[in-house]
Design a protein around this ligand. Structure first.
Ligand code: HEC
Ligand code: HEC
Length: 458
């Protein structure tokens, strides 16, 4: 029984789209959020296009990447199979199951069925250690909810929401919903009493290579610029281990900037989410002593890794819509006036990413400083990750957020998808973002609508 929506976009369609639709621009003024590689696509395939300046040498790998991202991995656990593939523990059988249409996953209930298991919402685990955290001794780094035949799964994730009422400055009422998480049906005994949980929803896949090409010094400069900020904004760089460089590097990916490069992110995703091992991460995340986790040759081949890397680096960012309407222009001014742009840093001139001319020297508008911020108690997960503490989250890029309803059929935002629309996402801001949030909360209705229209145009 498939637990997730089948993906309507067939490989064939993507291939045709690749050949016919790249680079097609209209005369409507639009802001090229993703530089010269931006695309004018506004339908449910808006996140699935290759950069419109795709280099010829990447075409074949990009197309192979399309099919690998959609590939369903099978749990051929037969002892005779030298490459067991999926599992023994996994969250999903394909990348696209969590990143539907290269877009954003949804938490349970987003489509009305509150009881569906959280597929695209995964749960990181750890316990406190002298210098940060270490994996939960039995359950490991991630509470995978699936296992191959013959192996007990780690268990289930249950979520209940508590309603938190609030009021805009003009008296209009609103409600936020605060999720609470419980791990049940535990397959391997009790969890360590100090277990820390970090729920995370799968984000959209666009523009990731461009973010990788942002110069490290520009990220560090963002942190310097925020020193002594009047609102108390004080972004911090995350530094994490990276396979590519072999040393600590600035974290850019993941909700806590917990991953430095896309190669590392791909190895992590295969290992933690699908249970597919690689030379970089040859061990399964398994309870100790389980025979299903016997050592075996690595399951991911170089022939699979390269195309997926090209694919993940070159998914295009759709250009802004309706940028020249009076309401969006007003919203853009309010975004700056409310000091959202201090964290959601609008623009960069990218540096260089070896072998990827498409990403070099691009004027991009991702709306992120790629820094960590204390976002207050309501959003805290109390689980450190690299240098990030349990109250910090990375400012997520805002490009594409206005198209998530079109691409994914839902409007769930923030790291665990708790916000049911863009207004709720902003109302959850606290901690360093409290002053900024208060400017939004106390705007009149027309200004709030303008600010939201601007977000929706991104
Ligand atoms: C179980 C759901 C799930 C599966 C399966 C999954 N992902 Fe993800 N993905 C996530 C989540 C959740 C995050 C955010 C992780 C974090 O914050 O640490 C993420 C993050 C990413 C990112 C970084 C995005 C960003 O903006 O920082 C990339 C790239 C990515 N995944 C690629 C893949 C690829 C490629 C596959 C298949 C090999 C895959 N994912 C499989 C859930 C999933
Ligand atoms: C102090 C830094 C900071 C400021 C100021 C700030 N934000 Fe954010 N923003 C963040 C962080 C960090 C997150 C992610 C929080 C999370 O997922 O728990 C976020 C998330 C968001 C999201 C959801 C994005 C997504 O991908 O789900 C939106 C929309 C957003 N911010 C808009 C705004 C607006 C509008 C303002 C101004 C009123 C603003 N932000 C001010 C740091 C900031």
């Amino acid at each position: 029984m498939p637990r997730y929506r089948p993906i309507p976009l067939a490989l064939a369609l993507a291939a045709t789209a690749l050949l016919t639709l790249t680079g097609a621009r209209t005369d409507t003024p639009s802001v090229l959020l993703g530089g010269q590689g931006s695309v004018e696509r506004r339908d449910d395939n808006a996140f699935s296009m290759p950069a419109s300046n795709l280099d010829e040498k990447h075409r074949a790998n990009f197309l192979t990447g399309v099919s690998l991202f959609r590939k369903t991995w099978s749990d051929s656990t037969a002892a005779s199979n030298p490459r067991p593939g999926l599992g023994p523990f996994f969250n999903a059988r394909s990348c696209v199951a969590c990143h539907p249409s290269d877009g954003r996953g949804a938490p349970p209930g987003a489509f009305g069925q509150a009881q569906e298991p959280p597929l695209a919402l995964l749960m990181r685990l750890s316990i406190p250690a002298p210098h940060g955290t270490q994996p939960e001794p039995v359950y490991g780094n991630q509470f995978t909810t699936e296992a191959v035949a013959g192996v007990a799964s780690k268990g289930r994730i249950e979520i209940d929401y508590r309603v938190i009422p609030g009021r805009y400055g003009d008296g209009t009422l609103y409600q936020l919903q605060q999720p609470g998480y419980r791990l049940t049906a535990l397959g391997y005994g009790p969890l360590h009493p100090k277990t820390q949980l970090s729920p995370r929803i799968a984000p959209q896949m666009i523009g990731l290579g461009l973010l990788e090409a942002v110069r490290a010094e520009d990220i560090v400069a963002n942190a310097h610029r925020q020193r002594g900020d009047a609102d108390g904004i004080a972004g911090q760089v995350n530094r994490v281990d990276d396979v590519e460089r072999g040393t600590a590097a600035i974290g850019r990916f993941g909700w806590k900037a917990n991953v430095a490069s896309l190669p590392q992110q791909l190895f992590n995703a295969f290992n933690a989410d699908l249970g597919v091992t690689s030379d970089a991460l040859p061990r399964e995340d398994c309870p100790p002593g389980l025979t299903a986790c016997r050592p075996h040759p690595t399951e991911l081949t170089q022939g699979q890794f390269e195309p997926l890397l090209v694919y993940s680096r070159l998914l295009a960012v759709p250009s802004q819509r309706d940028a020249d309407t009076a309401q969006v222009r007003r919203g853009s001014q309010l975004f700056t006036a409310a000091r959202c742009a201090v964290c959601h840093q609008p623009r960069y001139h990218t540096g260089e990413l070896a072998g990827f001319p498409e990403l070099r020297g691009q004027e991009i508008r991702p709306y992120t400083d790629l820094l960590l911020h204390d976002m207050g108690e309501g959003l805290a997960d109390h689980r450190p990750d690299g240098l990030a503490n349990g109250r910090q989250w990375k400012t997520p890029p805002l490009w594409g957020i206005g198209l998530i309803p079109t691409v994914n059929g839902h409007s769930r935002y923030l790291h665990d998808g708790r916000a049911r629309n863009l207004a709720e996402a902003v109302l959850w801001h606290d901690g360093e973002a409290r002053a900024s949030r208060e400017r939004f909360r106390t705007m009149n209705a027309a200004d709030r609508a303008a600010l939201l229209a601007f977000l929706g145009s991104l």
